[in-house]
Design a protein around this ligand. Structure first.
Ligand code: KG4
Ligand code: ZN
Length: 360
């Protein structure tokens, strides 16, 4: 290891103006740490969700050759990236240690080795800086990402999370009152997009490529719409198998038509479930978060739906769709508020790879 890599981590700038009394006029931040999958991301976020500084290190190049996430390599890459990313956030932000209220870290769900890197780093920082450490549910982070950078959600809201790791639909009466309505029984929507891309030889991550090719094709293949009429659960593995069978029957099939037909089947299901949830809960708005929310056709169809039902649509900027430390910090503020800024009863943070939404 190079000697310069061993230099001690800089602490945030001490507040030189008044070292004895905290300056309460200065903004206060939670440091959010996200390492649940393949992004190492750290951010400083105010209580109002303003992102002051963020540093994200993607592992895209490491996993691309494997066609999916390689867990052991993900853990190692987090170890290599996390302290330099922290140093960058502290150097660029110029905040003082006194301004950091707490440290929030993703404790699950996710890859266990990857989670442990974030949890252990947060725990060590908490001890070194004498700051409280909050264990945050990654899914809650995604559900809250729509309110980053000062955007406001009109509650009660129906929130659809469609990412590479998760697909679920929730009812949020407020940021602190979330109820899971349903989730996928097998693949997430993003995972299904990525696997279909692989079957069609289109590369990784395939979601954006399938989405782009779909725009050049037609929905001609009559793929199934799994669980369209049943509650709020999703299942995408049967649809994926239907695409595989179509390729086996006709290896030269039109790639754009296959992509358009697959995407239309997925989106029909998502739209139907959102419509059902909006009608049944009488929510005032629909929020769509996660990587698949970057799809323009999906966004357009969500807009049509909400216009038709007369509810508002909240699509967070694409920047907050992937995993990021800012959404973890914002969910950390929720937890901090519900505990009235006191963590006396907080046990050490335990990483849980299959943490359900119902648990913080
Ligand atoms: O939320 P995200 O960035 O990461 C997590 O999984 O947490 O989601 C990534 C997923 C990938 O599966 C990717 O293929 C998919 O989102 N994705 C898309 C599009 N952009 C990203 N899927 C469909 N259309 C897109 N434009
Ligand atoms: Zn995620």
């Amino acid at each position: 290891m190079a000697a310069e890599a061993l230099k001690p981590l800089n602490r945030p700038n001490p507040d030189k103006s008044n070292p004895d009394e905290p300056n309460t006029n200065r903004p206060r931040y939670i440091l959010g740490i996200e390492t649940s999958c393949d992004d190492t991301s750290l951010a400083l976020v105010t209580a109002k969700g303003i992102v002051h500084e963020i540093e994200t290190v993607s592992q895209f190049d490491i996993h691309a050759g494997y066609g999916g996430i390689y867990p052991e390599l993900a853990s190692r890459a987090h170890v290599a990236a996390i302290l330099p990313a922290l140093q960058a956030v502290l150097d660029h932000s110029q905040v003082s240690l006194e301004q950091i209220e707490a440290i929030a870290v993703t404790r699950g769900p996710g890859l266990i080795g990857a989670l442990l890197v974030g949890v252990n780093t947060a725990t060590a920082l908490g001890l070194a800086w004498d700051k409280p450490v909050l264990g945050v549910n990654h899914l809650r982070g995604h559900l809250r990402s729509a309110e980053l950078d000062g955007h406001k959600v009109n509650y009660p809201a129906v929130v659809l999370l469609v990412s590479g790791g998760h697909s679920l639909i929730a009812h949020m009466r407020s940021p602190d009152d979330m109820q899971l309505l349903g989730q996928t029984r097998d693949d997430s929507v993003g995972e299904a997009f990525d696997k279909v891309a692989r079957m069609l030889g289109l590369g990784f991550p395939g979601g954006p490529i399938v989405d782009q090719l779909a725009a050049e094709g037609q929905d001609t293949m009559d793929f199934p719409r799994p669980m369209l009429h049943a509650g709020y659960e999703f299942s995408f593995s049967g649809l994926k198998s239907a695409v595989r069978r179509a390729i086996e029957l006709d290896p030269a099939l039109s790639r754009p038509d296959a992509c358009a037909s697959f995407a239309a089947a997925c989106f029909d299901v998502l739209i139907k479930k959102c419509e059902r949830a909006l009608n049944e809960t009488q929510a005032k708005s629909l929020v769509v978060v996660g990587g698949v929310a970057a799809s323009r056709p999906l966004r357009a169809r969500m807009q049509e739906l909400t216009d038709r039902l007369g509810v508002s649509l909240n699509l967070p900027p694409a920047q907050w769709a992937p995993d990021n430390g800012a959404m973890i910090a914002l969910a950390g503020w929720d937890l901090w508020r519900t505990k009235n800024g006191s963590l006396d009863d907080q046990a050490p943070i335990v990483a849980n790879p299959s943490l359900p939404l119902a648990q913080l």
